[in-house]
Ligand binder design. Sequence first.
Ligand SMILES: [Zn+2]
Length: 461
Amino acid sequence: MLCASALSAQPRPLSPNVARYVSVNAPVVALTHARVVDGTGAAAREDQTIVIQGDRIHAVGSAGAVKVPAGAQVVDLTGSTVIPGLVGLHEHTWFGGMAVSTPMSVTAPLLYLGMGVTTAMTAGTMFAYQELNLQRAVDAGVVPGPRFLIAGPYLSAGPPNATSGDRLLTSPEDTRRVVADWAGEGATWFKFLGGETRAELAAGIKEAHARGLKVTGHLCSVTFTEASALGIDLLQHGFITNSDYVSGKKPDVCPPENMHVQADVDVNSPEVQASIRAIVSHGTAVASTLGVYETFIPERAHLDSAAMEMLSPAAQAEVRSNNAGLEKSGFTVPVRLLKKMMEWERAFVRAGGLLGAGCDPWGTGYLPGFGDLRNYEMLVEAGFSAEETVRIMTLNGARIVGRDKETGSIATGKIADLVVIRGNPERTPHDIYNVVTVFKGGVGYDSMKLREAAKGKVGIM
Ligand SMILES: [Zn+2]
């Protein structure tokens, strides 16, 4: 039953700086005649009605079965598709890969929310307090943005380095203390960056898990199978970073040929298939970031003109020059390696693995939100169905961050985190970029207004 008081209630009070981006804010909203991909992997359903009451989904079903409550604000979505809000698992709030790394404290929340990301796990930063302050400002309703889960500073290792912004770990006990300190500051995830020893990673995982917190990593010195046996929650990037596949790898050492030799590894070999089964057996999840690696492939790297408009003039010039100089840069990805990454992710899911997705913004022109949506096209290219792809980007991500009871799919009782997309991304994958309205907790944000506010500012703020 619809709560009677809801119909007489006023729209939620919003701060002026949030209200200016909001197009729908009513106590009861009915989205009608929508095509719905609900995030569970179920087939898309046509002509659906979604009733939002307050911050929750009150009902969802066919136009004949779900009544539009009297007094509801009705939004006719004929010709549009509704998917759950995206759950991003590698969502930086700083822009790097440039001469100078700059925070995106202003632009990242606008672009993530504007492109449909309603839950964003960050995956390391050198501006950790800015990120925590950003999370608090969003949660307090001071600025618009996704719900952030903060991973705090990069946890790395290695000799003293005057220019690193990472926390350079020195021992397992040091790692344990850093995790405890940052848990106290509000970090709920921890991101290892590939130089740590197994003992350091183990200490970090133990300390995090004792507090109900989680650990992820862009690994190298520790292999995927070693880390999953130690209990890591989420492995970033998949096949390309897995040093299990580097022959002669020494324990606790990051081999320089990692991320290169994988190009010639056979995904169907018994060894690789056994490693996938080992990762799955420990329940370790993987974050797919196919889109960002495409930006390192000379034959495929392309600059998205809508994304380029978000950059400051200086950042635009630098991104263009990075793109033009890709072949001569220190790191490129061969097309055959991308194909193998796709094959590996399909095999991982086929083996029962939990795959989510993340952006990993970078100075190759790969931006918050835009990159999350590019992953849709890449995962479809990898061979996942449209519905499976949406599940990877929504409900699977929610499971990985432990919020699947609240968000990640379109179901009665869940928080109304929804993305309204003009067109049909199942028929035309590129339609995924046609984000019109993003509902976060039942409040509908105008995607264009959010994106407009970020124009020309990435690379500055
Ligand atoms: Zn990253």
